[in-house]
Design a protein around this ligand. Structure first.
Ligand code: MYA
Length: 453
């Protein structure tokens, strides 16, 4: 798919500059210097201030590469150094602790803020989270698109089996109650090469635009770490566009356009010199109907077989989740405009599957369009069908049934095998995978078997 200039297509990348936004309730208080266990990351001494200034200068110099080697916070965390070489012999925890070593008191916040564990069964709390993310979460580098995770999506993403309310962590203004920051953890079993590790997946780290660059993010990360550690869990996995110490993989998004005219109008794509909108539209067409015999939406009866074929497939990758049946039911049973999963059944057996999740983005300041309606490839298994055939059917369902504008797909697992034939084009940003407090050798993009939202 043609790309416009340097534009990045809604990957999890932290934006560099913020345009003024329409914020109805504006928090005005800065975050106070931390005390106690948080002190290490705060500029409380002259050396710390100097370090932060050096860090800022290094960032400015490295602005184009988005990489800095000085990290006042991350340099204190159990993660590998940027220049650390890691081999298979090193695989394992970086530091080992016990629950009784974990501080039972939350980290301090400036006095006008308080910690709050969101109750996502409660519509008001869900609204608060939705509103924070919808105005302040991930934007592309040019501030043209911002993820718009729907309320139903947030419930699905954050309330899997074993979720804890205590891990849906927010910072809010005392009294007024406006949410100004959040971070979430959900439980997950991840296999790193041959080791099965009970971890959490960290997501939705977000700080209100008016409170950026005040070191609130490190406090959010430390507080979620404390809460996760209190449950005797010591490892985490997460993805981000930014480079921090130290990625375990660098992956890339590919995009399959369904509606080139709209994508050009919103600045997501451009018309290549040798093409026209009419030609792009013709090339973007997908078959009106699915072609695979026995293909149908997944139902609850399919849970045991989907668990088996998916876990078998994932066992061939070096960094992948392991799902039990309850988790498969949660993550894959179709939910309208949240997650879609089709299986192929032959002679009573499920042999193949495809799935995607539905995630729109706000189109910022466009006179004609408000939303970019995207789906993201989730987990797919091709045992009896060719990858190209399976995923061509996925494109049909996403476009014809679900009426989406674009199908996005990371180059994880075997996904690269169908990009060219099915007219996926590369995006120009990268998504980095991370593992907290666990050494894992750097992986090729196709060795990753994990998809986070
Ligand atoms: S990725 C999505 C991240 N969210 C966004 O991009 C939304 C828009 N941006 C924002 O809301 C803010 O810019 C954020 C930073 C909140 C990102 N991951 O407070 P600060 C480090 C990790 O002054 P702010 C996702 O959700 C940065 O390097 N660290 O900055 C996964 C610097 O540290 P150092 C990040 O801009 C999150 C420090 O923060 C990220 O106001 C995984 C600056 O803090 C980032 N994406 O706020 C979190 N961005 O000086 C880690 C910046 O050292 C989880 N920073 O370089 C770790 C595991 C925890 C659990 C462990 C359990 C065992």
């Amino acid at each position: 798919m043609p790309k416009k200039g340097k534009k990045k297509k809604n990957q999890k990348k932290q934006k560099k500059t913020a345009k003024p936004q329409n914020v109805t309730e504006e928090p005005t208080m800065a975050v106070e210097e931390q005390t106690g266990t948080a002190v290490a990351t705060q500029p409380s001494t002259k050396q710390d201030v100097a370090k932060l200034l050096m860090q800022r200068a290094a960032r400015e110099q490295n602005d184009s590469s988005n990489v800095s080697n000085i990290h006042a916070f991350w340099d204190q965390q159990p993660v590998p150094k940027m220049d650390q070489e890691i081999t298979v012999e090193d695989i394992g925890p970086i530091e080992t602790k016990t629950v009784d070593e974990v501080d039972i008191e939350p980290y301090n916040l400036e006095k006008s803020f308080e910690w709050y564990a969101l109750d996502l069964t409660n519509d008001e709390d869900l609204d608060d989270l939705y509103n924070l993310l919808s105005k302040h979460y991930v934007e592309d580098d040019d501030n043209m698109f911002r993820f718009n995770y729907s309320r139903e999506f947030l419930r699905w993403a954050l309330m899997p089996p074993g979720y804890l309310r205590n891990w849906h962590l927010a910072v809010r203004v005392k009294g007024r109650g406006t949410l100004v920051g959040c971070i979430t953890a959900i439980p997950a079993k991840i296999r790193v090469h041959d080791s099965l590790v009970q971890m959490v997946e960290i997501n939705f780290l977000c700080v209100h635009k008016k409170l950026r660059d005040k070191r609130l993010a490190p406090v959010l990360i430390k507080e979620i770490t404390r809460r996760v550690n209190l449950e005797d869990t010591w490892q985490a996995t997460y993805t981000a566009g930014v480079v921090i110490p130290k990625p375990i993989a660098k992956n890339q998004y590919f995009h399959r356009s369904f509606d080139p005219k709209k994508l050009v109008e919103i600045g997501f794509s451009s018309v290549p010199r040798n093409s026209t909108i009419a030609r792009m539209t013709r090339l973007a067409r997908v078959p009106q109907e699915t072609t695979i015999e026995g293909l149908r939406p997944m139902t609850v009866e399919d849970v045991p077989e989907v668990t088996e074929i998916l876990n078998n497939y994932l066992s061939t990758f070096k960094y992948a989740p392991v799902f039990d049946e309850e988790e498969i039911a949660h993550w894959f049973l179709p939910r309208e405009n949240v997650v879609q999963c089709f299986v192929k059944e032959t002679d009573g057996n499920v042999t193949d599957m495809f799935s995607y999740y539905c995630l729109s983005s706000h189109v910022i300041n466009n006179p004609k369009h408000n939303d970019l309606n995207a789906v993201y490839s989730f987990y797919n298994v091709a045992q009896t069908e060719e990858w190209i055939t399976l995923m061509k059917n996925a494109l049909t369902v996403a476009r014809i049934q679900d009426n989406k504008d674009v199908f996005n797909c990371l180059n994880v697992m075997e996904n690269s095998s169908f990009f060219k034939e099915l007219r996926f084009g590369p995006g120009d940003g990268f998504l980095h995978y991370y593992c907290y407090n666990y050494l894992c050798p750097f992986l090729d993009a196709s060795e990753v078997g994990l998809v986070l939202m």
